[in-house]
Design a protein around this ligand. Structure first.
Ligand SMILES: NC(=O)C1=CN([C@@H]2O[C@H](COP(=O)(O)OP(=O)(O)OC[C@H]3O[C@@H](n4cnc5c(N)ncnc54)[C@H](OP(=O)(O)O)[C@@H]3O)[C@@H](O)[C@H]2O)[C@@H](O)CC1
Ligand SMILES: Nc1ncnc2c1ncn2[C@@H]1O[C@H](COP(=O)(O)OP(=O)(O)O)[C@@H](O)[C@H]1O
Length: 496
């Protein structure tokens, strides 16, 4: 189990309804402050996420699609905060079911928006949205919330389709995308509900914590929060040295894929691990040592195919339990980045796993083969992308922690599921997974008994750093390893 606050429950629609009924009891005087918090949180998150595109335009045009109820109210409050922060921005509000349909709190939110910026708020009907639709920088979809019951009225469906066709820079759905609305981001206010995670129109799901779950026990499915990183933010004890922060061994690399293992090592060094030793083909070791001198590089005999040869198994065995040379023995292993599909390398890592009884291991990339992941008894974390997961699914041993990587990464352990709502398509480039394996390995080396913690913390840290990278430099013109420069900022809470 993770520490309290590190993960908040994901609820079904019925559970969420019951939860909100218990929290507010249908009392508008209690609902209004929660709506205010939701609207402000959406505004802050949208403006933060907009940074992936660049600065929010001074003369921004915001389209608000408002339904009748709380979802519309949240969107209207968010629009007010955006207009307050950007004094030249304008809002076009489309009351999808007509202004008269607004429920009292949505009406109140509309009135406050109109009063806050009377010259900058206009009411658009569906025809006006279609006619004047080009040039919206932001669209807030507040048509349906999770009280939605199918089906969608034909006129509303048409409006949504026409908005989907508009060249809007960022489309944000409040709580869940309405009908076929195609969101870039969906902002789950207070509660993440299961259907949002399954909806292909949700885009990137952002959980906005409104304080509903502080202290609640975790459910079988939970969403990870930045609090998962809390232990990494604490001061280290003064009476420590490098041996107190673990020694990670990384085994990988080949002539075919030299870069992957180098990236894993760089990430491990940034994870706080005291020592990192890398076992790589001997032709690569001197070059890597010149580039990354902080790691200990160990050149291993090479197979004819340019992978790691079996012959140096005794050398590895000796090093893994060595205590005499001044360096501590290994506290965790990462095996796989850039290993390639060399048969001798597969034999080597299978043997390494057989002789290793206790040291926890992260298996990544080419080491994710059915025979390999089932070898030996040491505790293990597997980090497959969707293709690798398909390859090894049937062979995953009981008790393994599985980091199922993808646009939404899911960490599975003992029947529980933890979702990471961080990161985005800036990670869709070669090497992102190699960095993640190095980070998880480095965290595991520091706390070898805490596999689930290492997997969850590594994934959250990696995803949050990716978000910072995309906000600072955009999604396109960056290199994978630039993510590493944002790891300190995530822990230190600067400019997130
Ligand atoms: N700079 C370097 O040195 C780099 C080196 N690298 C190294 O490359 C090696 C090969 O790793 P790999 O993940 O590219 O492919 P692989 O084992 O063939 O996957 C199995 C099957 O899964 C699929 N598939 C692939 N990706 C998928 C995805 N994200 N999500 C879903 N599916 C996906 C794909 O099937 P397809 O879709 O092509 O039919 C494929 O057949 C490994 O050693 C790694 O460390 C990389 O880290 C990059 C940087
Ligand atoms: N569109 C995306 N949104 C969020 N995360 C992504 C996206 N694409 C890739 N990632 C993340 O990037 C990493 C890619 O891992 P992987 O495919 O193993 O890369 P590689 O083998 O090139 O190192 C994973 O952590 C995955 O979750």
């Amino acid at each position: 189990m993770l520490e309290p606050g590190a993960a908040h429950p994901v609820l079904t629609i019925d559970e969420a309804r019951q939860f909100e009924a218990a929290l507010f009891g249908g009392d508008e005087t209690r609902e209004w402050p929660a709506m205010q918090r939701a609207g402000r949180a959406i505004a802050d998150a949208v403006l933060r996420d907009y940074r992936e595109l660049g600065a929010f335009p001074e003369n921004a045009r915001v389209l608000v699609l408002a339904g009748k109820g709380h979802n519309g109210g949240d969107a209207l409050i968010a629009a007010r905060h955006i207009l307050e922060k950007h004094p030249r921005a304008k809002a076009a509000v489309c009351f999808v079911f007509g202004e008269q349909s607004l429920r009292p709190l949505a009406w109140r939110a509309h009135r406050e928006l109109a009063q806050a910026a009377p010259e900058r708020v206009a009411v658009f009907d569906a025809a006006a949205v279609q006619k004047d639709g080009a040039g919206f920088d932001l669209c807030l979809d507040g048509i349906f919330g999770f009280q939605f019951r199918p089906s969608v009225d034909e006129r509303v469906a048409q409006l949504i389709d026409s908005v989907n066709a508009l060249p809007v820079c960022l489309r944000a759905a409040v709580d869940m995308p309405s009908g076929s609305f195609r969101a870039d981001f969906t902002y789950a206010t207070g509660i993440v509900k299961t259907p949002v995670l399954e909806n292909p129109n949700s885009g990137r799901v952002r959980y906005l914590d409104l304080g509903f779950f502080s202290g609640s026990p975790c459910r079988d499915t939970a969403t990870l929060t930045p609090a998962a990183l809390a232990p990494l933010r604490a001061l280290r004890s003064s009476h420590t040295d490098k041996r107190d922060y673990g020694h990670l061994f990384i085994v990988g690399g080949s002539r075919k894929y030299p870069g992957a293992v180098l990236m894993s090592v760089q990430a491990a060094l940034r994870s706080g691990a005291g020592l990192v030793t890398a076992f790589v083909p001997e032709s690569l070791a001197p070059v890597f040592a010149a580039q990354v001198p902080e790691a200990i590089w160990h050149g291993m005999a090479e197979s004819p195919g340019g992978g790691l040869a079996l012959e140096d198994l005794p050398v590895f065995r000796e090093r893994v339990s060595e205590k005499t040379s001044g360096t501590a023995n290994a506290t965790a292993l990462v095996i796989g980045p850039g290993l390639s599909r060399d048969r001798e390398s597969f034999a080597l890592v299978t043997e390494i796993l057989r002789i290793n009884e206790n040291i926890p291991v992260v298996l990544d990339a080419d080491a994710l083969q059915s025979d390999i992941i089932a070898s030996g008894k040491a505790p293990r974390i597997l980090t497959p992308h969707a293709g690798e997961y398909q390859r090894v699914e049937a062979a995953i041993p009981d008790g393994a922690v599985v980091v199922r990587k993808g646009p939404l990464t899911l960490i599975e352990h003992s029947g529980r599921k933890y979702i990471s709502p961080f990161g985005g398509p800036v990670l869709a480039r070669g090497g992102s997974g190699d960095l993640l394996a190095g980070m998880i390995g480095g965290l595991l080396a520091q706390a070898p008994g805490a596999l689930l913690h290492a997997a969850c913390r590594g994934t959250v840290w990696h995803g949050m750093a990716a978000d910072c990278l995309a906000r600072a430099h955009g999604q396109h013109a960056v290199r994978t390893t630039q993510l590493l420069d944002f790891l300190p900022e995530v822990l230190r809470g600067v400019s997130q």
